[in-house]
Ligand binder design. Structure first.
Ligand SMILES: Cc1ncc(COP(=O)(O)O)c(C=O)c1O
Length: 424
């Protein structure tokens, strides 16, 4: 079938996006569609081996770097590829209009996933963009203070500081303590640092540095009590933790689809509470706004990669079918095994707390005196993907996720054990 033989009804059928209607496409196209992983495939409890089979990495590559960028499972890769092909095969106005509608489906799915109304969700490109939308979008000036956690990502802290210099407000930092001193410590530290001038409290739900879990609900409640806006950087919690924003009640929550959710690249989210929307300006004005809620005024970002946004929605369905709580529990189980393994190796210093109340699945440690860059290279040769950390607490960061197996954990631990015994 060539694209020129398609009539308008065929087009409409091919691009009948939004849920299972898309599966009713022309048979030639329908056969190209990936068969999404369904709950029935997984059985009552997730079969993690079968989940692992949905990913392209060879079995002898242990990818323990979810905090940086996650692999995307095959059904979602195929969805993005198929939609890209279809758009380019028939880039006619009717189809373009239908394609722009996929943002609304993904917005609804994001709202369901994070347990807030889709009307309060913006579909962005990544956490960096979401964070900068916040620091760009508030009227702050001389006399105002923004309170941050000192180990927030640069898209958070560098942005606040640069804009503070430009617009005349002050940035106040709460310093990290290692090992994690517990949620009460940070609650008290932030409470003490709040002054009558504080307008925003910005912290990271789960830090990308030491993997410290912050008491998000309590910190947001503290901010609310003091009449301050709360901003939660969720880059390391979205897709890993079973996040319930209706319980955490932040004013802003940001995340990336290409990290723990395992979605396509360059898709992200920003949640904005109804109260904060009243004082939040758009950063970008252009055509192709969203069609519901805040997106009508704050998501006019010009042409977008609609197949990726469609794939983001497909990937959220994939995660929902496995189960948010199941994914969190599995990642925690793998991280606990990893921590136990690392603790058994003499000379290894864990920067991340072994206490599951204080961490999730971002694990940073120092393997004795071994140079982190050389450890990273050796790990790659051994089929283990990790990240290095510099600064005051240098070393290696492993971040396992639900697609990993216990064999991956064993491979990583035994490699570190060998380097520590015999050197590099
Ligand atoms: C806590 C945190 N915030 C923001 C970001 C930026 O994410 P992205 O590069 O997807 O914009 C990262 C990336 O590692 C991060 O760890």
């Amino acid at each position: 079938m060539s694209s020129t033989s398609l009539n308008r009804r065929d087009f409409a059928r091919l691009f009948a996006y939004g849920g299972s209607a898309a599966l009713m496409a022309h048979p030639a196209i329908a056969s190209l569609r990936p068969r999404p992983l369904s709950a029935a495939d997984l059985g009552p409890a997730p079969d993690w081996e079968r989940v692992r089979d949905q990913f392209l990495m060879p079995r002898d590559l242990a990818v323990l770097n979810a905090a940086n960028l996650c692999p995307t499972p095959q059904p979602t890769i195929r969805s993005v590829t198929d939609h890209t092909e279809r758009m380019d095969r028939a880039p006619v106005p009717t189809l373009r209009r239908q394609m722009t509608g996929v943002k609304e489906t993904t917005r609804t799915l994001l709202g369901e996933y994070l347990r807030v109304p889709g009307d309060d969700i913006l579909v962005t490109r990544n956490t960096s963009e979401s964070n900068n939308f916040v620091s760009n979008g508030l009227d702050l000036g001389p006399g105002d203070e923004v309170l941050i956690y000192a180990e927030n990502h640069p898209s958070n802290n560098r942005a606040w500081k640069a804009k503070g210099e430009r617009f005349g407000y002050t940035v106040v930092e709460v310093e990290p303590v290692n090992p994690h001193p517990g949620p009460d410590y940070y609650l008290e530290a932030f409470a003490r640092a709040i002054t009558p001038r504080t307008r925003v409290l910005s912290f990271t739900h789960l830090t990308n540095t030491m993997g410290d879990l912050f008491p998000a609900r309590e910190l947001c409640a503290l901010a609310r009590e003091r009449g301050i806006l709360s901003m939660v950087d969720g880059a390391q919690s979205f897709g890993l933790l079973d996040v319930d924003l209706s319980e955490i009640r932040p004013d802003f929550y940001s995340g990336s689809g290409h990290k723990w959710p395992c979605g396509p690249k360059e898709v992200g989210v920003l949640y904005v509470s109804p109260a904060a929307q009243e004082q939040f300006h758009a950063s970008i004005y252009s055509a192709y706004t969203g069609q519901s809620g805040l997106s009508r005024t704050h998501e006019g970002m010009g042409q977008r990669d609609e197949p990726a946004i469609q794939g983001f929605g497909d990937q959220l369905r994939f995660l929902q079918e496995i189960g948010r709580a199941e994914i969190e529990a599995r990642s925690r189980e793998l991280a606990s095994a990893l921590i136990e393994g690392l603790q058994s190796i003499d000379g290894t210093t864990l920067w991340t707390s072994p206490d599951p109340n204080l961490r999730v699945a971002v694990v940073s440690f120092q393997p004795g005196n071994l140079e982190p860059g050389r450890v990273l290279a050796a790990l790659e040769e051994d089929g283990v993907v990790a990240a290095t950390r510099g600064g005051e607490r240098p070393g290696i960061r492993f971040s396992p996720h639900y697609y990993n197996t216990m064999a991956d954990i064993d491979r990583a631990v035994s490699s570190i054990g060998r380097y520590m015994r015999t050197g590099l």
